[in-house]
Design a protein around this ligand. Structure first.
Ligand code: HEM
Length: 218
């Protein structure tokens, strides 16, 4: 679970930086999208990502079932807020489900119209637009009203992702053995910094196009 989670964090770091390019140059963004089209290395990457998400998801379900079984009927014997226990740490499954739910919508927004359109020869979207990521992102986030609703949805998604990673990165490093008394507090800070570094580029892109969209409305 920890290794698949940290591998997904690496993908997100790349994906966030890649999306930030769009704010500076539509041309270079589309060159990156074209490089990540339906060629053999991009397809291997996509399959690898799908595998990681599946492993992470299945382990999350398995561990939750195991935890509940271990706690038995005493699950609700003590209620109320426990000292030092963060809200995220008790709601990781719910946060993960929110992240995956929005991810399905996100894949429909972009992956369907880009890589899948190329693979299926244009069955899911026009093939001539398959590498035009700039066009799709700008249309999604700036179309009057519809675009601003999408920006709000993406910001909710990113808030859930930040909360999930804020606990998840700490938990992964802890599980992998970085859990002595000196480093416990430090890896908490490292987790928060990593979560922020991953999520911030996406937030910048969404807020930038939210501004552009509102500017078009006024
Ligand atoms: C500002 C926010 C975002 C934008 C503009 C964006 C844009 C895109 C675009 C254009 C694609 C298709 C092109 C490509 O494959 O590279 C894509 C694919 C993808 N995105 Fe995003 N993305 C955003 C946020 C996210 C977030 C937060 C996640 C995960 C939590 C995510 C996960 C993915 C995945 C898994 C794919 C498919 C990658 C593949 O086919 O190998 N994206 N995104």
């Amino acid at each position: 679970m920890s290794i698949s989670g940290l591998a997904l964090v690496l993908f997100l770091l790349f994906h966030g930086c890649m999306n930030l390019v769009l704010v500076f140059s539509e041309k270079w963004y589309n060159i990156i999208c074209e490089t990540l089209g339906a060629n053999w290395y991009a397809l291997i990457g996509t399959l690898g990502l799908a595998f990681l998400v599946l492993v992470h998801f299945c382990y999350a379900i398995y561990l939750t079932i195991q935890n509940r079984a271990a706690r038995g009927n005493d699950r609700y014997a003590i209620s109320g807020k426990k000292e030092g226990v963060e809200w995220e740490s008790e709601n990781m499954l719910v946060l993960g489900a929110v992240v995956i739910g929005f991810l399905i919508l996100h894949l429909y927004n972009f992956w369907f119209k880009m890589q899948l359109a190329e693979i299926t020869g244009g069955a899911t979207a026009p093939i001539e637009d398959a590498a035009n990521g700039a066009k799709y992102v700008i249309a999604l986030f700036t179309t009057p009203i519809y675009g601003q609703i999408y920006c709000a949805l993406y910001l909710i998604w990113l808030a859930a992702l930040w909360l999930h990673l804020n606990h998840g990165v700490w938990s992964a490093l802890h599980t992998l053995g970085w859990n002595n008394l000196v480093w416990m507090k430090r890896i908490k800070v490292i987790g928060t910094i990593m979560a922020t570094l991953v999520v911030l580029p996406f937030v910048i892109v969404v807020c930038y196009y939210l501004g552009v969209g509102i500017g078009m409305l006024c």
